[in-house]
Design a protein around this ligand. Structure first.
Ligand SMILES: Nc1ncnc2c1ncn2[C@@H]1O[C@H](COP(=O)(O)OP(=O)(O)OP(=O)(O)O)[C@@H](O)[C@H]1O
Length: 197
């Protein structure tokens, strides 16, 4: 279980209050809130990238030499990749072997694109590589931070259809951060609204 209770992040003169949340494996939970309230900051706390003042934070343990069981997917996948590395080299940052190969076909990605660099793919293709990189066998929770906001409706629908099926199959908990209330209503079992300031 991933749990956060009574959490605050203090930055300069700003104090961000996080919503209390609890996410079980296999659940799909949404988070909505206006721009700038701290949704991505919350994601970075849950992914262990920054610390905050939190009364209770329960995260699955991160084991030495293994990828974080809480993976964070960001909206702008072009910033998630080292532009100098091929996609294959980037995938090998999290995958220790070529276990991702069956996922390529599942996510409509061609094996020959592994030799390309991030700038040589479309936004949707790169976001799917980003997803595959996060779907290592040890992943228990995936934080999807506006991951399809820049994609067209058809590509968005395909992305979520595949990810929801995969999460169900692998019992991965999904925390879906989005401004899109229709999307959250369509795919989430429940939606947490950001606390009023
Ligand atoms: N590295 C940083 N240093 C200082 N302040 C930051 C930093 N990153 C974000 N902030 C500030 O923290 C607040 C929360 O930002 P955050 O990106 O978490 O909001 P958000 O809810 O995800 O916004 P959006 O929906 O627009 O992406 C904002 O006021 C932002 O200016």
């Amino acid at each position: 279980m991933l749990t956060l209770r009574n959490g605050y992040l203090h930055r300069h003169s700003q104090s961000i209050q996080f919503p209390d949340l609890c996410l079980r494996r296999g659940e799909v939970v949404g988070i909505s809130g206006p721009s700038g309230v701290g949704k991505s900051s919350l994601a970075s706390v849950l992914a262990g990238m920054i610390t905050a003042d939190i009364e209770l934070l329960e995260l699955p343990p991160k084991l030495v030499n293994q990828a974080n069981p809480v993976q964070w997917l960001i909206q702008q996948s072009e910033f998630a990749f080292n532009p100098r590395l091929t996609l294959k080299a980037s995938l090998n940052e999290s995958w220790k072997d070529d276990g991702y190969l069956p996922l390529l076909q599942e996510y409509a990605l061609e094996a020959s694109w592994l030799a390309r660099r991030p700038s040589q793919l479309s936004g949707g293709q790169l976001q799917r590589f980003n997803l595959i990189r996060a779907l290592v066998p040890t992943t228990e929770y995936l934080i999807c931070d506006e991951v399809t906001a820049h994609l067209d409706m058809v590509t968005q629908a395909e992305f979520w259809q595949q990810l929801l099926a995969c999460a169900k199959r692998r019992n991965i908990g999904l925390l879906v951060i989005s401004h899109d209330e229709h999307l959250l209503k369509a795919i989430c079992q429940r939606v947490i609204n950001w606390p009023q300031a």
